[in-house]
Design a protein around this ligand. Structure first.
Ligand code: FES
Ligand SMILES: [Fe+2]
Length: 343
């Protein structure tokens, strides 16, 4: 089950060129493409003629052409041409999805297209702004999106899983402060006078102990924005991490990790080092564990409920918000069903 009437990160904008790009979002196969004039199309990946995937076709001008018999569709999903006939029946139209380019991603609206509201898009001011450097990386995840989100919400795992990279052994001794405002969960954590992890010591040039501030938020459907600040009073290391995680299916996910910093703009090595350390180090530690966790869940016919620790307060808060959003969605759907039957 997926949360509907939400913007989901779908692709990096740079992935979309003049070739059709298929991607399943929340169980819905979609083809993305960029037209000759630069418009972005997001259509169901199914031709109305005989159900061939449109992603096997080609972009032609402002349309996508099916690779099987040449039906053409515009960005609104209207069929604009059927080879060998002068007219096109309106029922040849297919579903189109609202799509918006923002901060290096394409966000697609999953749900009722008429309710798509651009004011609900996440605020991501760092990417593309003057005075900032950044990178984005994508991974296909072989586990449920929520397992990746839970991992990001839970900083205590860094003390164990990331001992050799970004983990600080004292993290579990400092409980997080968690606040929920509407549907947004905010977490603040201060670890005073801790040993900097190997990567942190290197990036920040810290010879001794540091204070570590970790401030992050989660917003529905599934985006985490985290600011990390490490300081020893003389030196400060600060950067932002942004993670949209989008369900592909119930047990697979699209995962992005983005980093942005205002520091060391004139040192290309700094950006390279953070990319290498995080994208080719820390994240692989996470993914191996999350995918093994999914395997345990997948292979057992039934499992007892999980046993949250006190340190899981951020996860508990997010799951509570999700539960209420799913309850509201179910209530709205049943009301819509009643209205439909009555009319
Ligand atoms: S299936 Fe697409 S044109 Fe025939
Ligand atoms: Fe991690």
């Amino acid at each position: 089950m997926f949360l509907r009437n939400q913007w989901y990160a779908a692709t990096l904008a740079a992935d979309i060129g003049d070739k059709p790009f298929p991607r399943t979002i929340c169980g819905e196969p979609i083809v993305f493409f960029r037209t000759e004039t630069g418009r972005i199309g997001a259509l169901e990946d199914r031709c109305s003629h005989r159900h061939a995937p449109l992603s096997f076709g080609a972009v032609k001008g402002e349309t996508i052409e099916c690779g099987y018999h040449g039906f053409m569709f515009d960005c609104a999903g209207a069929c604009t041409h059927i080879p060998g006939q002068a007219s096109v029946p309106p029922r040849a139209a297919i579903r189109s999805y609202p799509v918006v380019e923002r901060a290096g991603w394409l966000f697609v609206w999953i749900g009722d297209a008429e309710q798509a509201d651009e004011t609900l898009l996440p605020d991501l001011p760092w990417f593309g702004a003057d005075g900032w450097q950044w990178w984005h990386v994508y991974y296909h995840g072989d586990a449920a999106a929520q397992l990746y989100i839970d991992n990001l919400l839970d900083i205590t795992h860094t003390a164990y899983l990331h001992q050799k990279t970004i983990g600080t052994p004292e993290v579990p001794d400092h409980p997080p402060k968690v606040t929920t405002e509407g549907t947004r969960v905010q977490v603040n954590r201060l670890n005073k006078q801790v040993t900097p992890a190997p990567f942190i010591a290197k990036w920040g040039g810290f010879p001794g102990k540091i204070d570590a501030y970790t401030d992050y938020s989660w917003e529905p459907p599934s985006i985490i924005k985290l600011r990390t600040t490490r300081t020893d009073g003389e030196r400060t290391l600060q950067y932002w991490l942004v993670n949209p995680v989008t369900p592909e299916t119930e047990t697979t996910a699209h995962f992005w990790f983005a980093w942005a910093s205002e520091q060391h703009l004139d040192d290309p090595e700094y950006k390279k080092q953070t990319y290498k350390g995080i994208a080719e180090g820390v994240l692989l530690e996470d993914f191996a564990m999350i995918e093994a966790q999914q395997k345990v869940i997948r292979e057992r016919a039934s499992l007892p409920p999980v046993v949250p620790s006190q340190a899981d307060a951020p996860l508990v808060a997010v799951h509570k918000v999700l539960k209420s959003l799913f309850q509201k969605q179910a209530a709205d759907q049943s009301t819509a069903g009643v209205t439909k039957v009555a009319s």
